[in-house]
Design a protein around this ligand. Structure first.
Ligand code: TXA
Ligand code: MG
Length: 339
């Protein structure tokens, strides 16, 4: 199959994407977080093809994307007050809410769970495509399973060219990491994946929000987890990534003392000049949002450089930093050295 590259700035090409989706096709679309691989969420056969194209494990459920709050009650069994409060504050935007599902949600979307994850993205191209198709769209990140999520159309083509009908180019993603995922399906609100909407912001609306232990710690093999995606290896470049926990000077000293053929550094702007290995910067040390925006592209760049080992600075675990930390620690398979 030839994958069409469509331009998200052109109305006719948005319509073309909508036609492909209505016919059961797979179309990668830009969102404010990362590119998503979309299909009609109400068509189990179309959704099945998402799993095949990505090589995604069957038991990992998908997020359903909507472009109007009115669609939410059709997809879920009930809309609790907490969900409305979150939707009013953060939608459209990088927040996914898990609720008990309605019967129209196919098993392929929910992976057999009794719940469904719903998100109302803010990206104008994503919203235009959802509206033009008139469908709720199931969409995981548009990468090959296990690889860093795509933040540019070229990342999607690199992973999925020839396997999907089209990619709609909407430029670089502004947030750069996947949406925050919160579950309202249990007794108490629980943060399952940190993202652009921070834990602190969620607590402003809901009071206390538990952070699932899997956000910051490795999940034991065969453990029962709140979110199936937590147990898979994620965001991995081909290079081994090792996180160094400590200040900038200690980091520079360690990397320079341990450099070998194939060593690279994932650093902050302030560290770059003093490093004696090829370095990719995530931005200024104090700018968590810039680090979020650049992380996945940086992980792909490390591979293009042919690096076999990359030493990364350990991000702060507050604000958007918690999301950067969560993705980086998985890219590093939880390998951390305290300096
Ligand atoms: O920003 C995003 O959320 C992007 C864009 C495309 O919207 N999508 C995305 O999807 O990151 P994906 O499939 O890569 O990650 C969805 C995560 C997975 O960890 C999955 O296990 C979890 O959400 N999830 C989905 N439905 C769930 C459910 N019903 N219960 C628990 N976890 C769920
Ligand atoms: Mg993903």
């Amino acid at each position: 199959m030839e994958t069409a590259l469509l331009n998200g700035k052109r109305e006719e090409e948005i319509m073309e994407a909508a036609v492909l989706l209505k016919a059961g096709g797979l179309v990668a679309i830009p969102t404010e977080t990362v590119y998503g691989l979309a299909a009609n969420a109400l068509n189990g056969n179309a959704v099945k093809r998402i799993f095949e194209a990505k090589g995604r494990p069957q038991d990992n459920p998908l997020i359903v994307h909507i472009a109007s709050l009115d669609t939410l009650p059709k997809l879920v069994a009930t809309v609790p007050d907490e969900a409305l409060a979150l939707a009013n504050r953060f939608w459209p935007g990088p927040l996914t809410i898990i609720l008990p599902k309605a019967s129209c949600i196919p098993d392929e979307v929910s992976a057999g769970l009794e719940t469904v994850a719903v998100r109302f993205p803010s990206h104008p191209v994503a919203r235009a495509i959802i509206q033009a198709s008139g469908l709720p769209l199931a969409a995981p990140s548009a990468n090959t399973s296990g690889r860093p999520s795509p933040t540019k159309a070229e990342h999607v083509l690199h992973d999925l060219s020839g396997k999907i009908e089209a990619v709609v180019d909407g430029g670089d993603c502004g947030v750069g990491l996947e949406s925050t995922v919160i579950s309202l399906a249990g007794d108490r609100p629980r943060l399952l994946r940190p993202g652009g909407v921070t834990h602190e912001q969620l607590e402003e609306v809901l009071g206390s929000v538990e952070i699932d232990p899997a956000v910051t710690h490795a999940v034991q093999k065969n453990a029962v987890v709140s979110s199936p995606g937590m147990k898979y290896k994620h965001y991995s470049p081909k290079a081994r990534v090792v996180i160094l926990k400590g200040g900038g000077e200690d980091y520079i000293r360690y990397v320079n003392a341990h450099k070998r053929e194939g060593t690279a550094a994932l650093c902050y702007n302030e560290d770059a000049a003093a490093l004696q290995v090829p370095a990719v910067s995530l931005g200024p040390e104090e700018d968590g949002e810039e680090q979020a925006r650049r992380l996945f592209d940086a992980l792909r760049t490390i591979d293009q450089m042919g690096a076999t080992l990359a030493y990364a600075r350990c991000p702060k675990q507050t604000g958007v930093g918690l999301a950067v930390y969560n993705r980086l620690i998985r890219a590093a398979a939880f390998e951390v050295i305290e300096l």
